[in-house]
Ligand binder design. Structure first.
Ligand SMILES: [Zn+2]
Length: 427
């Protein structure tokens, strides 16, 4: 009996790290599944998707015994911003054939609502606008004038970014169909085109040779003050609790483009959100000398608005941050990871690189200079030492309907976590 028991306990303790590792991976998969699930509507501006995600994060922090970073017990920092949302179902058909939203076409996020029964589309050659780099549309006779136009040849000359040479606010009301080739990338926008236009980018390959009749129902709803939350949790430091190591990730994504067309944002940025949750659970068990602050931002996709608001209204003094690590798109690290701001903080990067070389956590660590491309930016501007870490590898799903939990490999994500834990422990 005794031998059996000791055998059992020996087995148990040998397997414990394995079990814990399995538990971690399981918890993280659960978080990603929840964040990308249909109930969170792409964590955007339809059906309170972002708010549901915020409440989920609060629940997960509470369950892990992590204290709120707020002065009250809510974990939530409320703010708002304007956003153009697409909460109602879309319909777009060309020559009687219905197109698939998100796959066959994307609406420009600054679009006004547009609706028409099947009407004849005017075919206008957009080519010469771009050839001459001309700013005008109306004077070129390319205006929709309240109806529907198909801008022929917009794709061949501009690779889908046809509005680069045009002020979208100058476009008159009406529906502009713009053929594009290759990957389509959606965005979130805080304003509408002032002239009343609706612009739709359509995959050139699925369009009939001649676009004749177009039927459309493309509603949008402008929200002048969409209510938003940043979420903050804190693990108190054992020696210097008023100084902070900070981990950040944005949990918002693009939401839905018309009811039912969800942009799940698994890599961008359920991956970073789940990773920071995972790190929070780790440091709750193994606190550092310094306090560890975990911040989850909304509004990133609409222009880093959550982190901007936070840096203007910090829950803890920015000057007391020893270092900040922002994780955005860390679900694919097959080819390693990149640190933005590496050249700005060469000593910190050298330490990170040394840690990685010693244990070969990641196959490669790339350095980059400053870039205003994620939530580290406003912290950097405020003088906070910060890296933005993103993974390299994967299938390249980005701001599209294909960035799903099923497609996310999480290759080397655990190794990245271990590397960042070692880095944080070194302060
Ligand atoms: Zn994004």
């Amino acid at each position: 009996m005794k031998t059996l028991l000791s055998l059992f306990s020996a087995l148990f303790f040998t397997l414990l790290p394995q079990l814990l590792y399995g538990q971690n991976a399981k918890a993280m998969r659960y978080d990603i599944r929840m964040l990308t699930g249909a109930s969170m509507s792409g964590r955007g501006y339809v059906d309170k998707g972002a708010e549901k995600a915020a409440r989920f994060l609060v629940r997960r922090l509470r369950e892990a015994g992590i204290a709120p970073a707020t002065t009250d017990s809510s974990y939530l920092q409320e703010y708002n911003f304007p956003v153009n949302a697409f909460p109602m179902p879309f319909l777009l058909s060309v020559n009687g054939k219905e197109l698939r939203p998100g796959i066959d076409y994307l609406v420009d996020s600054r679009s006004n609502p547009f609706e028409t029964e099947a009407v004849k589309a005017a075919r206008l050659d957009a080519g010469h606008v771009f050839v001459r780099n001309a700013p005008g549309v109306r004077e070129k006779g390319l205006s929709a004038n309240g109806g529907v136009v198909f801008w022929q040849n917009a794709d061949t000359l501009t690779k889908g970014t046809f509005l680069r040479n045009i002020d979208p606010d100058q476009l008159s009301a009406g529906l502009y169909l713009v053929p594009v080739k290759g990957k389509m990338t959606w965005t979130a926008r805080t304003s509408r085109m002032a002239g009343g236009a609706t612009v739709v980018y359509v995959q050139d390959s699925i369009l009939p040779r001649k676009v004749r009749k177009v039927e459309a129902r493309l509603p949008s709803k402008f929200l002048p003050a969409s209510r938003q939350y940043n979420v903050g949790g804190l693990v108190r430091g054992t020696a210097v609790p008023d100084s902070f190591i900070v981990f950040t990730a944005h949990y918002d994504h693009l939401g839905e483009m018309g009811k039912g067309t969800v942009f799940p944002g698994a890599n961008d940025n359920a991956s970073g959100t789940a990773t920071v949750l995972e790190l929070a659970r780790y440091f709750a068990q193994k606190p550092l000398r310094y306090s560890v602050l975990f911040l989850f931002f909304s509004g990133e996709e609409a222009g880093l608005l959550g982190s901007k608001f936070y840096t203007e209204n910090p829950l803890k003094p920015l000057a007391n941050i020893r270092f900040l690590l922002n994780l955005d798109m860390v679900g694919e690290c097959a080819d390693g990871a990149t640190a933005v701001n590496a050249t700005l903080h060469p000593e910190a990067f050298a330490r990170l690189e040394k840690l990685n070389n010693e244990a070969r956590f990641l196959p490669k660590l790339n350095r980059r200079g400053e870039a205003a491309n994620s939530d580290h930016y406003y912290f950097s501007e405020a003088g906070v030492p910060a890296f933005f870490i993103y993974g390299n590898g994967g299938k390249g799903h980005y701001h599209d309907v294909f960035d799903t939990a099923e497609e996310l490999s999480l290759t080397n994500n655990q190794d990245l976590q271990t590397l960042l834990i070692r880095f944080a422990e070194g302060f």
